[in-house]
Design a binder for this molecule. Structure first.
Ligand SMILES: Cc1ncc(COP(=O)(O)O)c(C=O)c1O
Length: 399
């Protein structure tokens, strides 16, 4: 699987040519170039199960004959539903007006956050740093690059947690924002509450913000993972920014609905600036979101579906003696490339599987530390997952 760079005409923002290739666009064009070939796709983390009927019905019921502009601050009912969910889920007191603003899914919220926190570049001698774990969802880095921040790459420790020792005083003093993402894409690792406390302690010491992308918070198999707001409760969420979404929890990727919650100063700023950005969520989507945040039964049912698929793959890998690391939560498994593959090269292994009709993501897409791993997203229905597991087992039996 080759990576293509992003060309940029000279009249445009030069940061565009520094963007890493977007893995999914490339994967899709490779598939498009092979019409008629059927692939089993464990590559893209896009849920394939239905959006629950009561959520679709709430959307349809909210479509009005006349159409008016929605507001970026969102319907009070939606902010209340989100605050209520956060309060129930994390046992923290969240105020619907002070601590929450809706977003059009988490991706736009992530992309649009950094430029609102960075200082005026003309007043700075050195560029500000944004810390991003060495394997991460691509949008944190793309946003930092496009807004001319310098990326500080945070190494992972052996538990797939960012190594906070890397934030030395020289780094901390230039740091504006650190990105966290647990349960993690791509590793599926979960962070303990003590980790969030340690990050907030550093944030207080140096004065940076902590942004926690908790898109996978509800896809767990043992116990619900902790979140940043729990660690920030005693400071009134100071410096803590949580982003979450209905995409994964409620199978609603097409709806584009999520939220930003936390530090009241940041939320007040977002309510001031976001109306100018064209990111207000359509009101019928907001009404569907109210229904989704107010119900847990559909999330439990979805977790049970994922648990069955996860167990299927874990069994297959155990039978074939293939190591699976991290992978405590989310719908990902972080699988070590078998020794039989030259140099345990993830691109080579993924290519080999692609030729046999199975799409997985090479860990190398996420950064050098992922080079010896592949990420599989167990999002297809159980029958398709069985097919995928059979292909994997056959490949792992090859001499
Ligand atoms: C870690 C992470 N954050 C955010 C997103 C984006 O989700 P949304 O659909 O809410 O934009 C994804 C999507 O795959 C993701 O993996």
């Amino acid at each position: 699987m080759a990576l293509l760079s992003t060309p940029c005409p000279s009249a445009m923002n030069p940061a565009i040519s520094q963007l890493k290739p977007y893995a999914f666009t490339q994967l899709r064009s490779r598939q498009d170039a092979m019409p008629g070939v059927r692939f089993v796709d464990l590559g893209v983390g896009d849920p394939q199960d239905e959006t629950p009927a009561f959520i679709r019905e709430a959307l349809v019921a909210a479509i009005t004959p006349a159409s008016r502009y929605p507001t970026a601050a969102g319907l009070p009912e939606l902010r209340r539903a989100i605050a209520g969910w956060l309060t129930r889920r994390y046992g923290v007191a969240v105020d619907a007006d002070k601590h929450v603003v809706p977003a059009n899914g988490s991706k736009e919220a992530i992309y649009n956050l950094a430029p609102l926190l960075l200082d005026d570049p003309s007043r700075r001698r050195t560029r500000e740093l944004i810390a991003i774990p060495e394997l991460a969802y691509q949008v944190y880095g793309d946003s930092a690059t496009m807004h001319h921040a310098e990326i500080f790459t945070l190494p992972f420790d052996r538990h797939w947690l960012p190594d906070l020792n890397a934030i030395t005083p020289a780094v901390g003093e230039r740091l504006k924002l650190i990105w966290l993402n647990f349960p993690n894409n791509p590793t599926g690792a979960v962070a303990p509450l003590s980790f969030y406390r340690d990050v907030l302690e550093l944030a207080g010491r140096y004065g940076f913000y902590v942004a926690s992308d908790e898109a996978y918070s509800e896809l767990w198999y043992d116990a619900p993972p902790p979140g940043l707001l729990q660690a920030a409760r005693d400071t009134g969420f100071r410096r803590a920014i949580v982003i979450n979404t209905l995409s994964k929890r409620s199978n609603m990727t097409a709806y584009r609905s999520g939220f930003i919650a936390g530090d009241p100063e940041v939320i007040a700023m977002l309510k001031n600036v976001r109306p100018r950005m064209g990111v207000a969520t359509p009101e019928f989507v907001q009404r569907a979101a109210v229904a989704a945040w107010s119900d847990e039964a559909h999330v439990e049912a979805q977790r049970a579906r994922y648990a069955e698929r996860r167990a299927l793959f874990l069994d297959a890998f155990t039978r074939k003696d293939v190591a699976v690391e991290g992978s405590e939560a989310a719908f990902y498994l972080w699988v070590r490339v078998p020794e039989s593959v030259a140099g345990r090269n993830s691109f080579q292994f993924a290519e080999h599987l692609f030729e046999r009709g199975l799409i997985v993501l090479p860990g190398g897409f996420f950064g050098p530390r992922g080079q010896e791993y592949i990420r599989i997203a167990f999002v297809p229905k159980i029958d398709v997952c069985r097919e995928a597991a059979a292909i994997l087992e056959r490949v792992l039996e090859e001499p």
